[in-house]
Design a binder for this molecule. Structure first.
Ligand code: AMP
Length: 482
């Protein structure tokens, strides 16, 4: 069978080019089902595992359908966590880069005023957590009159976390004439209620769990008493010697405790949980993504949607509290075609909970013995070598895409009555530069940021020192902020 191609859909050259640069050669299963339906303006309810390419399944059609000329938000994406909101924003920016789609992320514990300013500027897509989105709606800082697309991502988790009332209130504020897309790895009854109540004859798309994710993950279970968990973990780490691993604990206290113990052993580790300040949470995830350390100790805040390349192992140090969480946690590995291993620790008294998980995932998790003394002795040297060696720094997708992009700052903006089109018009006339070389433009009150693509930054920088925009000669510099 010949593989499907993104060129089979009605997508503009700008989007296809971005997908090429992202290295997306063929649409994944969920993308094959969802993209054409959304392009045909059909509501969709999509049940698909995390790691299956869900974000692009709605991100591609949203970028395609958004009209660049419109300044007010056209698409709203709700996510359960701030980390996921930031990641979805980044994914959409990457997909919409050449169409100059501007996405903003808004979430709590972060400056409301800064978000308000960002929402005032040209902005096609808004991604955010329900509480903060509602806050902006109620304060009138998120204009909704042009909103045509709503995505509820990780809908089941959103409902789990008690966001249902906020989500429903948000929906009631939105224009009725809109497309609604619901994405979820699992479908509890509350989710069905949402789709019955607020969607228009949605197309149900279900991608079987045996897709990209589980087929690429080896699942194993080790039975262990609570008191022996730490020493088992040390043995497992030596035997498996992971390049990159998340260890999930049930509570923030467990995370703090395990992290402290591993740090004392001088293991290259960090932690993340909901009790930490947001900047620190982002910082930890970014460093983990870059490969700055190998082990992340986490609560379920890190279980959702977070995409880290080449994570080789997930260890459930504590059994997850609910069966769905098992799927999300283990879905952090074995992503986008690479193989991964999920190792679960369970106490002798937790057999019922294990059985519940097995029932849910549809297969028995093979029970294995703890690593033997011989195995540990054989692996110890390699393990010591690896933990003391700095991991290879990974460049993330965005950084790769950002190569060849220079962001310029002009000291003129709305106050001087400048608009994005004025910059496009002027810059595209420079010798050797075309409109295709211009990326995202952000016009603020006093100044404007313009991305120049394809390595043309220096030419534009030079030329703009002596070229006027709408009759005004502006100061131009390489922007400090990205
Ligand atoms: P998601 O389920 O949205 O978290 O995506 C999982 C991973 O698959 C992410 O790293 C995406 O960048 C990647 N991905 C999404 N679509 C494709 C595609 N068509 N080809 C290759 N990788 C993809």
């Amino acid at each position: 069978m010949s593989k499907a191609s993104f060129r089979d859909y009605v997508l503009s050259a700008d989007i296809i080019k971005a997908l090429d640069h992202l290295g997306y050669k063929h649409p994944t299963e969920v993308q094959r089902e969802a993209i054409p339906a959304v392009l045909r303006q059909r509501d969709v309810v999509v049940k698909s595992q995390t790691g299956s390419g869900k974000t692009a399944a709605f991100g591609i059609p949203l970028c395609e359908l958004s009209e660049w000329e419109e300044n007010k938000p056209q698409a709203l994406i709700l996510t359960p966590t701030r980390e996921l909101a930031a990641q979805v924003k980044e994914d959409l920016t990457n997909i919409g880069r050449y169409k100059r789609i501007k996405a903003a992320a808004v979430y709590g514990k972060s400056s409301f005023e800064r978000q308000k300013t960002e929402l005032k500027q040209k902005c096609h897509v808004v991604v955010g957590t329900p509480g903060r989105i509602l806050d902006h709606i109620e304060k009138g800082t998120l204009p909704l009159e042009k909103l045509k697309y709503l995505v509820i991502d990780e809908a089941d988790e959103m409902l789990n976390m008690g966001f249902i009332d906020q989500v429903e209130t948000i929906i009631r504020h939105l224009p009725k004439e809109r497309l609604t897309m619901l994405f979820s790895a699992t479908f509890p009854e509350d989710v069905e209620h949402l789709s019955d109540q607020y969607m228009n004859n949605p197309l149900n798309i279900e991608i079987k769990a045996s897709g990209m994710t589980t087929a690429d993950i080896e699942h194993v279970l080790i039975i262990v008493n609570e008191n022996n968990k730490l020493s088992l973990l040390r043995d497992v780490l030596i035997a498996e010697n992971p390049d990159s691993c998340i260890m999930f604990c049930r509570t923030q206290e467990h995370v703090n405790d395990l992290h402290q113990r591993l740090a004392r052993l001088d293991y290259p580790c960090a932690k993340i949980h909901g009790g930490m300040v947001q900047e620190e949470r982002f910082d930890v995830m970014n460093r983990f993504r870059r490969g700055a350390f190998r082990y992340l100790v986490a609560t379920d805040v890190a279980a959702r949607g977070i995409d880290i390349e080449n994570m080789t192992h997930v260890i459930n140090y504590d059994l997850p509290l609910d069966k769905e969480s098992y799927v999300h946690r283990t879905g952090r590995t074995g992503r986008a075609g690479s193989r991964g291993k999920a190792i679960t620790f369970a106490g002798p008294h937790e057999k019922n909970r294990v059985a519940e998980i097995e029932d849910y995932i549809g297969f028995a998790i093979p029970v294995i013995e703890a690593p033997s003394k011989g195995e540990i002795a054989r692996q110890k040297e390699a393990f010591q070598k690896k933990i003391h060696k700095k991991p290879e720094e990974k460049t993330n997708k965005s950084e790769q895409l950002n190569k060849g992009i220079m962001k310029l700052y002009f000291n003129g903006g709305k106050k001087k009555k400048l608009r994005a089109v004025d910059f496009v018009g002027t810059i595209a006339k420079i010798d050797g530069v075309s409109a295709d070389d211009i990326g995202i433009i952000t016009v603020e009150e006093q100044g404007s940021f313009v991305e120049i693509l394809n390595g043309k930054g220096p030419i534009v920088l030079n030329a703009m020192k002596k070229t006027t925009v709408k009759g005004k000669l502006l100061k131009v510099n390489i922007a400090r902020k990205r």
